[in-house]
Write a protein that binds this ligand. Structure first.
Ligand code: 13P
Ligand code: SF4
Length: 328
């Protein structure tokens, strides 16, 4: 089918309307990568064809670490906005491109910095630890950032007497409280994708596949996590299925990760955990805004680009740097 991509569908891109069906997108993207001295970073929830073209695929922490270390001149971030923004904060002098500027995140959108600041003021003496799934403005008012793979490790490094506010994910927050034994004040945000998983349907799947282990991301609700044999970040889940001698897994996270699970474990069976309704809302609508066509267009037109105010970069860098140091 003919694919027409216009400037309208890729806001900020200066490319003219082009007939992309004549283009070998993979070849062109690889050529542009060399020409721009660019690195393509992709999250595990991206479409498989994007993952296959990426230089690095990873979870939020690994991608931040890659962004902090890269020698490339241009960072092309195939992920959501907060991830590309993090790459820009860590590399203010580099150009950071994202295939679709509208690739947001329900957690980031549900936690505006002005409201979080008011919330914070209600709890004097507390430090604010924010999950990386938040805006640069939220990072700028936070004391430390964490990801799902280092959250418990970071909270465990905070002195017992120090009170903590955790934002924006209440489900990850509850999971950290359970693992660390620390009490924390929680902002009541949630991921629209991980909240759709149905405990009822997962239990039914387990009944039908008794040998399968249930694995879940900590953004899932407590009732789903209570059924899980293993809980971890996307990279943690990938490592678990690869190291495990088990052959079957029910995967309670965005199904994009299953591409790498299958590549690393060709003989094993991965069953995506279903949402409560018969929708495909277990797929992240933001992550899936990025397509191979938009990846090509953003590299050829060098737009959309992440641009941030200098002062905001300076302030949001401090808690991110703390996170990178505390995760070593
Ligand atoms: P990870 O850091 O585990 O990859 O999580 C990112 C995310 O957005 C999960 O929904
Ligand atoms: Fe945000 Fe959820 Fe999508 Fe992750 S899966 S980017 S937390 S909306």
């Amino acid at each position: 089918m003919e694919t027409l991509i216009s400037q309208k569908s890729n806001p900020g891109n200066s490319a003219e309307i082009r007939n992309l069906s004549d283009i070998d997108l993979e070849y062109e993207i690889r050529t542009l990568k060399k020409k721009l001295n660019a690195v393509i970073l992709a999250h595990y929830y991206q479409e498989s064809e994007i993952q296959d073209l990426a230089d690095y695929i990873g979870d939020s922490l690994q991608l931040s670490q890659q962004a902090a270390e890269t020698k490339a001149d241009v960072i092309v971030f195939a992920g959501v906005h907060f991830m590309a923004e993090t790459a820009k904060i860590l590399n203010p002098a580099k150009q950071v491109l994202i295939p679709d500027l509208n690739a947001g995140c329900s957690l980031a959108e549900g936690c505006p910095a002005d409201l979080l600041l008011k919330f914070k003021q209600k709890y004097p003496g507390h430090i604010l630890i924010s999950y990386i799934n938040c805006s640069a403005e939220v990072k700028a008012i936070s004391d430390i950032i964490c990801t799902s793979s280092n959250a418990v490790k970071i909270v465990n490094q905070i002195p017992e007497s120090q009170k903590i506010i955790f934002a924006p994910d209440k489900n990850l927050g509850k999971y950290i409280i359970k693992k660390s034994g620390r009490d924390m004040v929680l902002w009541q945000g949630a991921c629209i994708v991980h909240e759709t998983f149905s405990e009822r349907k997962i239990t039914k799947l387990k009944f039908e596949n008794p040998g399968a282990l249930i694995i879940a991301h900590p953004e899932c609700e407590e009732v789903v996590l209570n059924n899980a044999d293993f809980i971890g970040s996307t990279s943690g889940l990938l490592k678990f299925v690869t190291d495990s001698s088990n052959e079957e897994f029910i995967v309670a996270t965005e199904p994009g990760i299953i591409h790498q699970m299958k590549l690393k474990n060709p003989g094993k069976k991965f069953i995506p955990a279903p949402p409560e309704s018969s929708c495909s809302c277990n797929e992240c609508p933001y992550m899936k805004l990025n397509t191979l066509e938009k990846l090509y267009l953003c590299m050829s037109g060098r737009s959309p680009e992440i641009l941030l105010d200098e002062e905001l970069i300076k302030k949001s860098y401090i808690p991110l740097k703390r996170m990178l140091e505390m995760s070593k």
